[in-house]
Design a protein around this ligand. Structure first.
Ligand code: GLN
Ligand code: ZN
Length: 768
């Protein structure tokens, strides 16, 4: 077997111009046949394999490719089909997509975040008595394809049995060993067939090794790899971890596998430290993830070589593989496609393809010394240097301002109880005030108008007049519906982060830097490359205009600092916290502008707060403290009568409840319609004092809820919350909904609120 020096863990599926997404969506619409779909995707897949081969990698992953999601692939391969889809042909493409997307008759499987990334996987539904079976060795299929069509002996990638089951749901913890035991023989069969077909290395992903595992769970994992090792001796198994340092390093390096993949980027230094302390076995291969698989920056190759030298003090060079820290699924495909970026920025970027080049350079550097790659090292250093010293990078005023706040503990002028009185007097809202979350239906007309304006077909005046007209229409509608607090509707916004990024200094936007979020859905995060500052008001014009149309309060609408950070690609020369503080100060100024225009109700959305929570419990507190600081830095410099709202669209609140309370927002609105029960218990436990809107209807479906249904939600909430605390609103923004269903739903919602309000009054007003 030839020596393995470089490898990749996984490659983006979506294609340079999202060809994958487009092909899937054409098929779903019924515009192409299954055969056409497969052939289109195969062309793309082979092309991606060839690109990796041309980059000079020794090991190229296969089977990391998916038609939707790799966790779903694993479930279907082992015959785990949710009950409600079992009457369908389980091997059909239709069933596969139905599980992911739902069908007319049955709802889709749940989707959830893949560790701490923005990728979402389909949660397998497995019950204790399910008997797994191998429906198809899909890895073998892809292995043979790569060999045949690209002349590549691929490295099959498979999600390991323990991680796979730990990411699934539907069975009690106690059933885990039993299920694992039933699965292992099937894994062994897959591996044996791969070996017979000529595979040399197989990557088995066990990312749960970077999370806390119980002793029993670890023992179980140990037994799995012992059995696999017994049965597939001549095949090389690489046990792959990512996203954090491993717990139990000492035990992991003793597992009976041939190689171990560690993340040397997102481990906070823990993996290297553990290596120094416990060494690394001389009969194993180390797959060192030292190129960041989650950021978009070129790396300082010279610094990496120094780090690698430290590693080679502990591991024989001939047993060292250079690779990214995780699958490149989490970064865009190639910088090459970008036409509009400033050269200094563009030259500092590395997406998947460019990262593969870096891996190859490092592998060469470590084996043949710096000399042969000296030119490349110099070139890269020069690019980075000119980027780091570019003017946009550092703004002394911003730095100074952040510094000034450094010593402070930003907080509101008065405690909540006092503010609440001021706000009540100022707004004179009824009991159970009704409102919405911010966006209103983004109809085709709205999208078309924006497109025309962006293309230059519409002049600014024409576009602005159109936005005003939309606001006129909807302020009138909201008044007719009878809502108590109105919104301007966010018609001028494409996306809640991009909109602000485009107005702030320090952001850049790409044309094709898409990343898969779930299924065919991709996101194109902005790039934070320089210091962030506000150059002019961002939202005042629209909000103030909307307010001028009505006597009811109009809520100002901003995206919060943590969400802007978490949904962007962030520079890595200063800490993420430092960047968050810059965003917070920009928002603080925007809030002041709004107050100056007489806007005294301002919502600062933080839907991404929860997802940034670190995997390791001992790192969570610091993250939450920083999030609270940033939110307060943005929002606390306001008058007492100014009411700060925040919104978050998820319901797993329990573990972050305390931090949410510390944000000190006067009103918080959260998603609740789909998970009412759990959420209410969270509030029972905490004694939350401020005002809160638990969503009373699910905005993810076009269904119009009855007033009575929403009434019952309100009643349930009032069992644990005081009526003077409670707001009535939908779960989230309405931008994906149609106009008539929105109007109808909101009418019913207002009716429900009024009805409960009257009943409370009749029963004796509890507030006064
Ligand atoms: N204000 C935003 C809206 O209504 C909030 C969106 C979100 O929470 N994701 O669309
Ligand atoms: Zn939301």
């Amino acid at each position: 077997m030839h020596m393995i020096k470089s490898s990749n863990i996984g490659y983006p599926r979506i294609g340079e111009k999202r060809e994958w997404k487009k092909a899937l969506e054409r098929f779903w619409k019924g515009n192409t046949s299954e055969k056409e779909l497969f052939s289109e995707l195969q062309t793309l897949r082979i092309n991606d394999l060839k690109k990796q081969k041309e980059a000079g990698l020794d090991l190229i992953p296969i089977g990391d490719y998916s038609l939707y999601d790799h966790v779903l692939d694993t479930a279907v391969m082992f015959g785990f089909i949710p009950e409600r889809f079992r009457h369908q042909d389980s091997s059909s493409l239709k069933t596969y997509f139905d599980i992911a997307r739902g069908s007319k008759e049955a709802v889709a499987s749940e989707m959830t975040k893949w560790f701490n990334t923005n990728y979402h996987y389909i949660v397998p539904e497995i019950s204790e008595n399910d008997e797994p079976r191998l429906t198809e060795n899909r890895l073998l299929h892809y292995f043979l394809e790569a060999k045949d069509k690209a002349g590549i002996i691929g490295k099959p990638v498979i999600l390991g049995p323990v991680s796979f089951l730990k990411l699934s749901k539907g069975f009690e913890k106690e059933a885990l060993p039993r299920l694992v035991n039933r699965l292992v023989p099937l894994y062994i069969q897959v591996l044996k067939e791969l070996y017979e077909a000529g595979a040399e290395w197989v990557q088995m992903d066990e990312p749960v090794l970077t999370t806390q595992m119980s002793d029993e769970e670890f023992k179980l994992l140990e037994s799995v790899y012992e059995r696999i090792n017994d049965e597939t001796e001549s095949l090389h198994i690489l046990l792959q971890t990512y996203f954090e340092g491993v717990d139990r390093y000492e035990q992991i390096i003793s597992l009976p596998v041939d190689g171990i993949g560690l993340d040397f980027i997102h481990d906070g230094g823990a993996n290297l430290e553990a290596m120094k302390k416990y060494g690394f076995p001389n009969n194993k291969t180390l797959a060192a993830g030292i190129i960041n698989g989650r950021n978009i920056w070129k790396t300082d190759l010279t610094a990496k070589l120094t780090k690698l030298e430290m590693i080679t003090n502990l591991v024989d060079k001939n047993r060292l593989i250079i690779q990214p820290s995780c699958s490149l699924l989490h970064v865009p495909v190639t910088v090459k496609s970008e036409q509009n970026l400033k050269p200094s920025l563009k030259n500092a970027l590395a997406f998947a393809d460019e990262k593969l080049t870096e891996i190859k350079l490092l592998a060469d550097g470590i084996h043949h010394g710096k000399e042969p790659i000296a030119d490349k090292l110099d070139e890269q250093a020069e690019y980075l240097n000119s980027f780091w010293h570019s003017e946009a990078r550092t703004n002394p005023f911003v730095r100074q301002e952040v510094q000034l706040w450094e010593e402070t503990d930003p907080k509101r002028n008065a405690p909540y109880s006092e503010r609440q009185k001021n706000q009540q007097e100022f707004f004179e809202l009824p009991l159970l005030p009704t409102t919405t979350i911010g966006s209103l239906p983004q109809t085709n007309e709205v999208r078309l108008a924006r497109r025309k304006w962006r293309k230059g077909e519409w002049a600014d005046e024409k576009y602005e007049a159109f936005i005003k007209e939309s606001m006129n229409e909807w302020i009138k509608r909201q008044e007719e519906i009878g809502l108590d607090v109105l919104i301007h509707g966010e018609f001028e916004r494409n996306d809640m982060v991009e909109f602000f990024g485009e107005k702030l200094a320090g952001f850049a936007f790409t044309q094709y830097a898409w990343v898969q979020s779930y299924g065919s859905r991709c996101v194109k995060p902005p790039i934070i490359h320089g210091d962030i500052s506000l150059t002019e008001p961002m939202t005042v014009k629209e909000i103030a205009y909307a307010q001028s149309l009505t006597d009811k309060p109009v809520k100002g609408m901003l995206t919060g600092p943590i969400t802007i950070l978490n949904w962007s690609f962030v520079r890595d020369d200063i800490s993420r916290f430092a960047v968050t503080k810059q965003i917070a100060l920009a928002l603080q100024k925007e809030i002041r502008f709004l107050e100056e225009e007489g806007i005294h109700m301002i919502q600062v959305d933080e839907p991404a707060l929860r997802e940034g929570l670190p995997l390791k419990p001992d790192k969570q507190q610091e993250y939450l403290d920083q999030a609270v600081y940033a939110f307060k830095l943005a929002t606390s410099a306001v008058q007492n009568k100014t009411q700060i709202h925040t919104h978050m669209c998820y319901s797993e609140f329990g573990e972050i409840m305390e931090a949410i309370d510390r944000l000190d927002a006067d009103v918080i609105s959260i998603e609740a319609a789909r998970s009412h029960g759990e959420l209410i218990t969270d509030f029972e436990k905490t004694n939350y004092e401020k005002e809160i809107g638990l969503g009373v209807y699910d905005i993810h479906s076009p269904r119009v809820p009855e007033a009575s249904e929403m009434e019952s939600y309100i009643h349930r909430a009032l069992a644990v919350l005081h009526p003077s605390q409670f707001w009535v609103n939908p779960d989230c923004g309405l931008k994906t909904r149609g106009t008539s269903e929105t109007v109808e739903s909101l009418r019913n919602m207002v009716r429900a609120a009024r009805y409960v309000r009257e009943n409370i009054k009749k029963a004796g007003d509890p507030v006064h």
